[in-house]
Every structure is written in C-alpha cells, then in structure tokens.
Design a protein around this ligand. Sequence first.
Ligand code: GTQ
Ligand code: FE2
Length: 377
Amino acid sequence: MNAPESTPSPVHLKAVSAAGQPEPTPALQQLYRGFERELLVPLWTEIGDLMPLHPKSKAAPHRWRWDRLVALAGEAGRIVPVGRGGERRAIALANPSLGGKPYATPTLWAAIQYLMPGEDAPEHRHAQHAFRFVVEGEGVWTVVNGDAIRMSRGDFLPQSAWNWHAHHNAAQAPMAWIDGLDIPFAYYTESQFFEFGRERLSAAEKATPQLSRSERLWAYPGLKPVSQTEPLSATPLLAYRWVDTDRALTEQLALEAEGHAATLSPGHAAVRFSNPTNGRDVLPTMRCEMHRLRAGAASRTTREVGSSVWQVFDGRGTVRVGDQRWSVDRGDLFVVPSWQPLSIAAEAGAGSLDLFRFGDAPILEALHAHRRQVDAD
Ligand code: GTQ
Ligand code: FE2
C-alpha cells in the first residue's frame, strides 16, 4: 500500500530475520501493516526483550573518578549560582546506556552537590526519598524541618519524603558530598510531588550544633524514647555518625579474628543503616550500607535483582562488574546494574577498603521480586 518495500518497518525486519517467526509471506506483511495501523504489537516479535530468561539491564556498569567530579563541581561553584528555581548545585551521574538521562541506574539518582562558603540551598520538600553521604570535608549543616544536622566525613544522613530541607555552608571552604535519591523511580511511576519552602533560614536554623535534635532523641542504640514508640516508615534518626559505623565494622573484623561468626565472608564486614522504629531499611525505597574489606580480602561474587551505586570511602582495590574491571580509589563511584555479577577486592599490603553503597532492594523486596545469588568461588 503506502510504505514502499525498500523501507520496511522494524517489525517487518524482525519477522524475516528472527528464529521462531512465521514465514515472511505477503499475507504476513499485510497482517503486520494492519497491526501498525491499529497500534497493535504482537508478543512473538518482542518476547526476547520483554520476557528474557533473567534480567538484562539497559544500564551499563560504569565507574566515575572522584577527582574529576570534584574538579567540575568546583568549576560549577565558581560559575553557577545556587538559589530558588534550580534549587541545588547538584550534578548527576548519567549512566552511559540510559540515553543521556541523569540517571545512574534505571531507579536511582546519584549526584555530587557543592556549596561555596556561606552559601545556602533554599528550603523545599518532595515526594522523593533522599540521603547525603560525605566522603570528605565538613562545614555544611543540612536543616531538616528546622533541625540543623552537621555533615562530616563518613556521616550518612537519610532524609525521607516530604520533609522540609535546606543546606547551609557555615564554613570558610567549599564542601562537596553525594546525594542519593529515587528520582528515576518516581519519574517512571509518575508519583512526584514538590513544594517550595521559605527563601531564607532563620538565625536559629543557621545554628551549628554538634548534635541535631533527632540524634539527641534517637541515637542511643537499642533505646527508644518511650514517648515515641509508634513504628515509622522512614527513620527519625537523621544522622548516622562515622565514629559508630567505623567501630561496628572494626568490631566485626575483630570478632572474626577471634573465631566468632560476624562477617559476610572472610575479611568482609558490612553494616546496614536501619530505621530504629521498625528495624527495616533506613528509607522505604533505598537500602544503604557500609562495607569494609580487610587488606588483601575479596568479596564473594554476587548478583542481585535491582541496581546499586557504590562509592569508595577509603582505601584502594579492584572491582569487577559484569565484563568490566576497574581499579578504584577514594571517592570513586560505580554502578552495578540488575543481575550483573559483582566482586570487590581490597589491595594487599595496604589499609582496608571501605565502601558505601545504596540500592533499590526495598522496592523489589516489597513486590516479592528480589533475588540474590552468590556465585561459587
Ligand atoms: O539536596 O535537596 O541531588 O532535592 C537532587 C534533588 C539534591 C537536595 C539532589 C534534591 C536535592
Ligand atoms: Fe531536595
């Protein structure tokens, strides 16, 4: 009819080339043109992509070098103002296989955020869950519902949906940190809401306390304030401090050395940030953990449904994801797409290798779609 034979549509091409397809007769061509006219697509030409034997992620494994990120964020700090409208000087990792979208993985946003001395990022709130993790520096306080929370190296600061938040750099130096959010997940599910807050923080909110109100109420392990015993879907504890995380990892490795079961595998300690009101993941959509590999130790090779983003906190090592292999250093970030095998090895004869990671496992678990497999060594 109208489409000339020399420019067949993709569906025609698949029909003549793919196995298990019907004979490419004129009658079939006419049938497929009928499908196109009526906006119909048959399963038999699409099934390999729609229903693969196991997840075949559209995302690619990739590593970003921290020194390059910091250099560009510093350049942005000199050129790009931060204020109402743009909201944040945040620069997202864009997975090379996700079409230039600012998505580290199909579900996760990971960005470096940068504030110059004395700068404030204005108050807002949104339906997306978020956290901050600090690989170097100090001097910024994030103000959540008016509670000023110090951000220093190694601290993990969860910040669940719909809480007002602003950031304030009280120091004489710029500061960079990473943000993790479920922005791509909220985008696909069309579940976004956003509200602007006040232009300026009050003098009280620009205070720089060592401990936030949330920590004074919630930061005592195993001790719940009896005035607040209702389980909450996201953690009320707004800072998980490096001193505690570090000690927990150190003790796991010490217990292992004393012959007790404490680690994930030999020389591989790990802790998960959790919600003290229900013992579950710290945020409803993101699983956040800190891992430590003793010098020379290697993790088991694992694959998992869903994706994650890792950042090296300290030390050096080698990471394998799928068919990629990278050396990694302090601050470097890398992504692990769904069902790609991951293994990490800490450099021998040096300090341990510490890594922060976040992933979308709570979403998959809630839908009973999560699987994890440890490959034979
Ligand atoms: O700091 O509030 O990287 O709202 C992306 C969105 C950071 C933030 C991001 C945000 C923020
Ligand atoms: Fe935000």
